[in-house]
Write a protein that binds this ligand. Structure first.
Ligand SMILES: Nc1nc2c(ncn2[C@@H]2O[C@H](COP(=O)(O)OP(=O)(O)OP(=O)(O)O)[C@@H](O)[C@H]2O)c(=O)[nH]1
Ligand SMILES: Nc1nc2c(ncn2[C@@H]2O[C@H](COP(=O)(O)OP(=O)(O)OP(=O)(O)O)[C@@H](O)[C@H]2O)c(=O)[nH]1
Ligand SMILES: [Mg+2]
Ligand SMILES: [Mg+2]
Lengths: 278, 298
């Protein structure tokens, strides 16, 4: 069988453009399309629709390989830390997640560990009211590790199922802020040995190639275990999540699809890839 | 880096010769990759490469180093031309108050930038008034109030009177703030708005209504420097609905290359007027095109 069958190059080029347009990255797109070209030749696939199906399958596979069941928590509380650069949706997602866990009949506590930004604590308190979840807080400008300590002790003594920790937005290039996050993680480990059980990197779906560097450095300082991709109700495709899955082996756990409390969905790789390829 | 990649791409063009379509092909590919990795929009990159190719072909190559230097210079000049060579001016009203309307997607930095703009205007001897018409986001109006307090700027708080969050309330607050600015002798009014999607027709209508109500001298699109390919779509729609007068690129204190600046400038024709370089009110600078070009080219 000849291995040099023709593949529809125009179709491949269209697919490559749509991958780049989705923010998957020019190099990642080229590698994926090269692999698709090889496979297309070997399987004698010529038409564009079939190539697109193959591509859909491959992208889904990249994402599915990172999906793993969330590890069972030895003893409550399960501690979930929300981290990420400024403005991505950490506080909003904390509120949505609190409601989501409550809907599963879990008892939830939240920690307002962003003691820096103007009205950050007040913002989380509104989400606490909306989700019916109590917030452990301190005064503005207080020590984030100290309020985290209080929240962990409270969650333990009250036997809460889940503790959600909202942290301040910070750029991964700011060493002192990343060190603060590392310190918060170590504080958590001292009080609850397996915690934090989940460290969710909250990323804006409009983020470009910088998202990879964010994921790398946040994983170094905070031990990221998964991604929440927000603002997918916009027109951005969030393709950076595929580059992150491929290179850093991180799963997407949830997606944010709006500003209301119910606008959160567990990640569905098929739906995500369908929307990406259009 | 790009220079090294171009050196390799030009290994057949050492010494003398002329740049032709063939011998610069590999170099153009490297430039394309560099621009895409810097988050410049795909279609903008296509246009840029065409212009660069046009300018390069026919150029005489003088020394072994010169093809790389020449092409880098062409690329650099092309990007600076696209961004607009000079630092853009801020538009004041002939009769106060000058109204500045902040616009943009969720989380881009509008509220923080409103405070920075007020601080910048104060330094320039102005008397700004701030108002938040973000009646939607939890504690948004409180956030601006705290920011205003920290820089001792006037802020119109207004009373929402338990009215439901919606455009009528937004319009009422904006009207009252403008009147208050006039009464208190504030010569500038900065209107902070809620983040919104360019595909949300009700909220985009609200922006259009705010514009009609306030007749702002400046409508600033506040965009996150780490925005990727989607930057053109949102910027284009905001520009179509509002006729933007300028762009603020925030979070430039990170390591995002900032290619979105090129994309947004290209699709709106409007200049980047300021950049945000941090979370504090003083982390705000007028934009210099050549600095971001260096950053985009890595
Ligand atoms: N459309 C849309 N907007 C969202 C989504 N998630 C969050 N937002 C909005 O994004 C903006 C920023 O959200 P926050 O929750 O304050 O983000 P943050 O990461 O906590 O911000 P910092 O704490 O300042 O770093 C708000 O206007 C939210 O309503 C989403 O899934 N879709
Ligand atoms: N490092 C850095 N952070 C910034 C900059 N500008 C804004 N931020 C941060 O980005 C986050 C979002 O800023 P906001 O001012 O709340 O954004 P917004 O556009 O008003 O958000 P919405 O009203 O929800 O649409 C906050 O954590 C800010 O402190 C900047 O230039 N550099
Ligand atoms: Mg927050
Ligand atoms: Mg705001």
């Amino acid at each position: 069988i000849a291995l040099t069958r023709e593949v529809d190059e125009a179709a491949l080029e269209d697919l490559e453009m749509s991958l780049i347009a989705s923010d998957i990255g020019v190099t990642t797109a080229a590698e994926i399309i090269e692999r698709l070209r090889d496979r297309g030749k070997r399987q004698g696939i010529r038409n564009g629709a079939e190539l697109k199906d193959l591509l859909r399958e491959h992208l889904k596979q990249i994402l599915d390989e990172q999906q793993r069941p969330v590890a069972k928590v030895a003893a409550p509380p399960e501690v979930i830390m929300m981290v990420g650069v400024n403005g991505t949706g950490k506080t909003t997602t904390s509120g949505k997640l609190a409601a989501w866990y409550r809907a599963q009949a879990k008892t939830v506590l939240m920690c307002a560990a962003d003691t820096f930004r103007a009205a950050a604590i007040e913002q989380l308190e509104v989400w606490g009211e909306r989700s019916g979840v109590e917030i452990v807080r301190t005064k503005q400008g207080g020590d984030p590790s100290a309020v985290l300590f209080d929240a962990l002790q409270a969650a333990k003594s009250r036997h809460n199922d889940v503790l959600i920790v909202d942290t301040a937005g910070r750029l991964h290039t700011k060493n002192s802020l990343m060190a603060e996050l590392d310190k918060m993680r170590r504080t958590t480990q001292r009080i609850i040995p397996d915690a934090p059980h989940e460290v969710l990197l909250v990323m804006d779906a409009t983020t470009g190639q910088n998202g990879l560097q964010q994921a790398r450095l946040f994983t170094e300082s905070a031990g990221v275990t998964g991604i929440v991709l927000t603002k997918l109700d916009g027109t951005a495709k969030g393709g950076i999540a595929i580059a992150i899955a491929r290179e850093l082996k991180l799963p997407v756990r949830f997606v944010g699809v709006g500003e209301k409390i119910e606008d959160i969905l567990p990640f569905d790789s098929g739906a995500f890839v369908d929307s990406l390829l259009g | 880096n790009l220079s090294e990649k171009l050196q390799r791409a030009f290994k057949n063009l050492r010494g003398q010769g002329t740049m032709t379509e063939e011998n610069i092909q590999e170099a153009l590919r490297e430039i394309r990759v560099a621009l895409l990795e810097a988050d410049v929009n795909l279609n903008v990159v296509k246009d840029l490469i065409d212009h660069i190719r046009e300018k390069a072909i026919g150029q005489e190559v003088m020394t072994a180093l010169s093809p790389t230097e020449q092409v880098i210079k062409i690329v650099h000049d092309e990007l600076v031309t696209l961004l607009g060579k000079d630092t853009a001016r801020f538009q004041f009203a002939s009769r106060p108050p000058t109204v500045i309307l902040m616009a943009g997607l969720q989380g881009s930095g509008k509220t923080t930038t409103s405070g920075k703009l007020a601080a910048w205007l104060q330094k320039g001897g102005h008397r700004p008034m701030l108002v938040s018409v973000d009646v939607y986001r939890p504690a948004a109006r409180e956030q601006l109030r705290v920011v205003a307090q920290s820089i001792k700027a006037n802020i119109y708080q207004g009373d929402t009177k338990g009215e439901p969050a919606g455009t009528p309330l937004v319009e009422r607050l904006a009207k009252e703030a403008r009147r208050e600015a006039v009464i208190t002798g504030c010569d500038t009014l900065i209107v902070d708005t809620a983040g919104r999607l360019h595909i949300d027709s009700d909220l985009m209508d609200e922006m259009a209504k705010l514009k009609a109500l306030l007749s702002p001298q400046e409508i600033l699109f506040v965009a996150d420097a780490m925005t990727g390919q989607d930057a053109v779509r949102s910027a284009e729609e905001f520009h179509r609905r509002l006729a933007l007068t300028g762009i603020v690129l925030t979070k430039m204190d990170g390591d995002a290359r900032g290619g979105a600046a090129l994309s947004i400038r290209h699709v709106t024709g409007q200049p980047v007027k300021f950049i945000g370089m941090g979370e504090k009110p003083d982390a705000f600078e007028p934009f210099h095109p050549d600095r971001i070009v260096g950053r985009i080219l890595g």
